[in-house]
Design a binder for this molecule. Structure first.
Ligand code: GDP
Ligand code: IMO
Ligand code: MG
Length: 457
């Protein structure tokens, strides 16, 4: 029989008993080994699961941290003591002085890249010398942002609720084979020709379809040349560096952005982002073969959040005021208040399957310490039937209602705990039940927003 979800490795944990899971003996073979050369950290819900925190934790032990998709629609927050750091383009690993790469699957806004690098440098983070930027990554240009804003307005009530950072239009141009890549900046004349060509096309749409003023080619060109002069030393073929690192047994961490349910192919389309956050995208986005991936950790909140439009079956507006402040549930990129709901194990099962999760890193467990009872969605009821798989089409999904199981709350502050043995029994029970429902063991539990507030199982 096929395992219920997740990878064959992970599914064995579904049968593990409580003590096995929490002592770590239930952890899949790859997740058990701390010394694996490569690890992927992937968001398992709709983004903002706490990937930044998990990457910060794991990068202490990494040599190289690589982003493989997305752009500055991502916002990964790390608190070190009272200092807050927010990462949008630059991998979170830079905070620990690790070599940090922006892979070919990313889309790069040169202004944001330089701003972020300058801000981090001014705060003493060792950025220069530690950054590498793929020559194959595509550039986000001013017309992408103008067209995205116009397109969101045109959609009206059907707007996606994007971050308006030009991400979707930049990926559109990549796929249409009219994108301008980071490596194109090296050739001044070639860049001018490419920009002339693409801007003639873009300005026709901007003026005639959206009835907005045309963009000035010289301004865009001069700005790009000036920015290129500042980051040209970071540009290289990042794929060969990653392979060199793996061949010499260095530890490589692949930092996912967004979340599985925002995946362009497998998420709640069209309410998704324009790239593949899935672990499988590491290969194309970072330029490594699948055999080099050793371990895949899915990050999930102990509840669920979503920002932007689109379906959210377990959404609970009435608990948002309790959870939002404790969990920092305001967008790191846009500042928008996130919608909040109970944990959805139907979502997590899909995520475990699509990503081949070896284990789960559960964040924000501390935030649930307020509740007498904590509902967990175990299945959906749709057209009179109970279903355990997340539907791929939104029409079916709109007819689904969550089926909840109520688990007892632990009603205490767990944010200072250091070991799994210290966790209240009811918190352990919560973790074990979710692990069983998802079919993947829990390898990490995060109990606060600060570095150090974590428990490794
Ligand atoms: P990411 O995009 O997946 O890296 O997540 P974000 O940084 O956008 O959002 C996570 C938010 O929760 C941030 O405000 C973090 O500071 C905060 N956070 C992360 N982990 C925890 C945790 O275990 N407990 C609490 N209370 N806050 C957390
Ligand atoms: P991190 O990496 C949460 C959402 C947007 C919108 C949709 C499309 O911090 O988890 P886009 O600008 O990508 O075209 O917007 O995707 N979205 C995110 N939501 N966290 C993110 O990243 C997100 N990146 C995109 O809110 O609904
Ligand atoms: Mg975020």
């Amino acid at each position: 029989m096929f395992p219920p979800a997740g990878s064959a490795r992970a599914s064995s944990a579904g049968a593990a008993n409580d003590s096995q899971l929490l002592s770590g003996r239930g952890v899949g073979p790859a997740a058990e080994r701390i010394d694996v050369p490569s690890t992927v950290v992937v968001g398992s819900q709709w983004g903002d699961e706490g990937k930044g925190r998990v990457v910060d934790l794991l990068s202490a032990d990494a040599d190289l941290v690589v982003r493989y998709q997305g752009g500055n629609n991502a916002g990964h927050t790390v608190w070190v003591g009272e200092e807050r750091y927010a990462f949008h383009l630059i991998p979170t690993g830079i905070l620990r002085g690790k070599l940090s790469m922006l892979g070919a699957g990313m889309v790069i806004d040169a202004s944001v890249l330089l701003q972020e690098a300058d801000e981090l440098s001014s705060r003493g983070v060792p950025v220069h010398g530690n950054l590498r930027l793929s020559e194959n990554a595509h550039l986000i240009l001013p017309y992408h942002k103008v067209m995205e804003a116009a397109e969101e307005e045109r959609r009206g009530a059907q707007a996606i609720g994007t971050t308006r950072r030009g991400i979707g239009p930049a990926y559109e141009d990549k796929v249409a084979r009219r994108g301008i890549r980071v490596g194109d900046l090296r050739d001044a004349d070639g860049l001018a020709r490419k920009l002339d060509d693409v801007l003639a096309y873009k300005n026709t749409i901007i003026e005639r379809v959206y009835e907005l003023p045309a963009l000035n080619r010289d301004e865009i060109y001069e700005d790009l040349r000036a920015k290129y002069a500042r980051f040209k030393d970071w540009i290289c073929d990042t794929s060969t560096l990653v392979l060199d690192a793996l061949c010499s047994k260095k530890k490589v961490l692949f930092e996912g952005a967004h979340g599985t349910m925002l995946d362009i192919d497998w998420g709640t389309y069209p309410y998704v982002t324009s790239s593949n956050p899935l672990s499988g995208a590491v290969c194309a986005g970072a330029g490594v073969g699948p055999k080099w991936i050793d371990r895949i950790i899915g990050v999930a909140k102990a509840y669920t959040t979503r920002v932007g439009a689109g379906p959210f079956p377990t959404k609970q507006p009435e608990i948002a005021h309790i959870i939002r402040d404790l969990g920092g549930e305001y967008g790191t990129t846009t500042g928008r208040a996130r919608d909040v709901g109970w944990l959805d194990c139907v979502v997590l099962r899909k995520s475990a399957r699509l990503n081949g999760l070896d284990s789960l890193a559960i964040t924000h467990l501390d935030v649930l310490g307020q509740f007498d009872e904590i509902p967990v969605c175990v299945a959906y009821r749709c057209d009179g039937h109970e279903i355990s798989e997340f539907p791929n089409d939104l029409d079916t999904l709109s007819r689904c209602r969550p089926v909840y199981e109520n688990l007892p709350g632990w009603k205490s502050d767990i944010s200072g705990l250091q070991t799994s043995a210290d966790l209240p029994e009811k918190a352990k029970r919560y973790l074990n039940r979710l692990s069983e429902l998802v079919g993947a063991p829990v390898s990490h539990v995060l109990v606060g927003r600060r570095r150090g507030q974590d428990i490794i199982l």
